[in-house]
Design a protein around this ligand. Structure first.
Ligand code: UT7
Length: 329
């Protein structure tokens, strides 16, 4: 496999903010409960006329602008999402058209909260194989469209957003992709799902009445699994690549719950300075959490060229993933 690097990043969040006190007016919850149990203070919500492709296009444009290239140079676009505009055409097709990426093919990648990690791994291998030179990986989710704002156990957790990273070949010795470890454990499928709308339970009056087109979660089951597996996958990747935890400049984890992140960092022996947390501002944006947190680390001066960065996530499925990259921008 040829060396590959992340050569640009772009993000987008819709401007409208939904605070914990706004949610106090919708369901029986409190700012204290949400903050203490999740670490979330507010999240961004897309206006009704916006869909996932709109967020994805903005993030994609920002990444192309950072790199200073035209979309026509892209070879492929991967849109990581659980909230596509439609089942088909894929959101990747919509984004390809809107960006004017006339030489790119692409597809949607569904791995819930691990989507972006799986997308980075896939993009790295497309470029690493020598068959692609520029692959745009976008994580974009409009979770507000599949959240039940009468269900206090889920509506406080999620937000909307998008982020994109461009993957390109790297010169020998240049910082870039170090390794990956991705897994699925389909035995956990029932713990976090949107039950209806697919071929198992097509839309009907009954599915709508029973609110089956919304996210349903066994929070405790997901929590326990995430704490255990996010540590294991990350520790496994560090071992596989011969990397001591002290060499990791930053762990940029999926942002689902502050307690999951802190438990993972503790078990890995990482100091707070080695962990990026921005869940308080965005909540869980599913496929967008990792690029949003990465952008924040860059803007805060915490992530610089040559730094070793560990991306890790656990999501519905269950899906579990970790990637190690040396940051190249
Ligand atoms: O992105 C990947 C997937 N998602 C995750 O990783 C999420 C994993 N799970 C979690 O983050 C946590 O389980 C939650 C944040 C969802 C819930 O926290 P918890 O500490 O596991 O709370 P719980 O479900 O055990 O509920 C404790 C209590 C219950 O009341 P009782 O039965 O003790 O009277 C809930 O009904 O808190 C109640 N509760 C709430 N109270 C106020 C649940 N949601 C709320 C709420 N406001 N929003």
């Amino acid at each position: 496999m040829r060396n590959v690097k992340i050569s640009a990043i772009g993000t987008y969040v819709p401007p409208r903010v939904l605070t914990n006190s706004d949610l106090e007016k919708l369901v029986d919850t409190s700012n204290e409960w949400i903050l203490e149990r999740t670490g979330i203070l507010e999240r961004h919500i897309a206006d009704p006329e916006m869909a996932t492709s709109d967020l994805a296009v903005e993030a994609g444009k920002a990444a192309l602008e950072m790199r200073g290239i035209d979309a026509a140079e892209l070879d492929a676009i991967l849109v990581c999402t659980v909230t596509p505009d439609h089942f088909f055409p894929s959101t990747a097709c919509l984004v390809q058209h809107r960006l004017g990426a006339k030489h790119a093919w692409g597809f949607d990648l569904i791995a819930a909260c691990s989507s972006f990690v799986f997308g980075l791994t896939t993009g790295a291998h497309l470029v690493g194989a020598g068959t692609h030179k520029k692959v745009l990986v976008i994580g974009a989710d409009t979770m507000s469209r599949i959240i039940d704002y009468t269900d206090r156990t889920t509506c406080v957790l999620f937000g909307d957003g998008a982020g994109a990273m461009l993957i390109e070949p790297a010169e020998d010795g240049e910082p870039g992709f170090v390794g990956f470890r991705n897994e699925v454990d389909g035995s956990g499928g029932e713990a976090l799902k949107m039950p209806a709308g697919g071929s198992r339970l097509p839309p009907s009056h009954e599915t709508v009445e029973q609110r089956l087109h919304y996210v349903k979660q066994d929070g405790q089951a997901v929590f326990k699994f995430a704490v255990r597996r996010m540590h294991e996958i990350s520790a496994g990747l560090l071992e596989q690549t011969g990397t001591p935890a002290s060499d990791v400049k930053l762990m940029i984890p999926h942002q689902a719950n502050l307690r999951i992140i802190k438990a993972t960092a503790d078990r890995l022996g990482l100091s707070p300075e080695q962990v990026v947390i921005n869940i308080e501002k965005y909540g869980n944006t599913t496929a967008a959490t990792i690029p949003l947190a990465t952008m924040e680390a860059i803007n805060d001066g915490r992530l610089k060229k040559g730094d070793l960065v560990l991306f890790s996530a656990v999501g519905a499925g269950f899906t579990i993933g970790a990637n190690l990259w040396r940051w190249a921008i």
